[in-house]
Design a protein around this ligand. Structure first.
Ligand SMILES: CC(C)(COP(=O)(O)OP(=O)(O)OC[C@H]1O[C@@H](n2cnc3c(N)ncnc32)[C@H](O)[C@@H]1OP(=O)(O)O)[C@@H](O)C(=O)NCCC(=O)NCCS
Length: 146
């Protein structure tokens, strides 16, 4: 498994992971423009054939803060440490940029992700009512960086 920055030819693979894992479809131009804004904040985990099997897309919209906009690993490749590799590397990238805080949003029903984030010292800071397009509530979670 290698970690690298997002490339344009990753789009079909990343789009497929997002569709399956997050049940969302975004215009491909979104990934390209966000990767241009902060290339090292868009991390891709690729297999031996350089095919993406997971990714973490971080953005920097607030001064001194990173936000995890999307984070997913291919269903067949989970619980092998790929998510951990993506998250720990992302937190290093954030420290390199001297960010003070990292935030994210998660569905209240997504117990697996909430447990994962809690392991990385994220905690719930807000309840986001009807945050998702299907009406489900979200939690905003955040952690400080030292
Ligand atoms: C959240 C997500 C990205 C985690 O990715 P992952 O690759 O499975 O993450 P890891 O393998 O590093 O860790 C997952 C669990 O497997 C365990 N694990 C890791 N490596 C392991 C191994 N070799 N053997 C056994 N268990 C292992 C970890 O301890 C962890 O357990 P915990 O979360 O109960 O503490 C993944 O579940 C996912 O894509 N979910 C769907 C999309 C989603 O919900 N994204 C978040 C939206 S906000």
């Amino acid at each position: 498994m290698t970690l690298r920055e997002f490339r344009a030819n990753d789009l079909p693979f990343v789009g497929a992971i997002v569709a399956e894992a997050l049940h969302e479809h975004y215009d491909p131009s979104l990934y390209s423009s966000l990767s241009t804004e902060w290339p090292t904040g868009f991390l891709v985990a690729a297999d031996a054939s350089d095919v993406p099997v997971g990714f973490l897309l971080g953005v920097n919209q607030v001064e001194g803060e990173a936000r995890v906009l999307m984070f997913a690993v291919d269903r067949n490749q989970r619980t092998q440490g790929i998510g951990t590799l993506l998250m720990t590397t992302f937190l290093e990238r954030c420290r390199e940029r001297h960010f003070r805080r990292v935030t994210l949003e998660v569905r209240v029903s997504n117990a697996t992700a909430i447990r994962f984030y809690t392991r990385y010292q994220f905690s719930v800071v807000d309840l986001l009512r009807s945050y998702y397009s299907d009406g489900e509530n979200g939690y905003q979670m955040a952690r400080d960086l030292r």
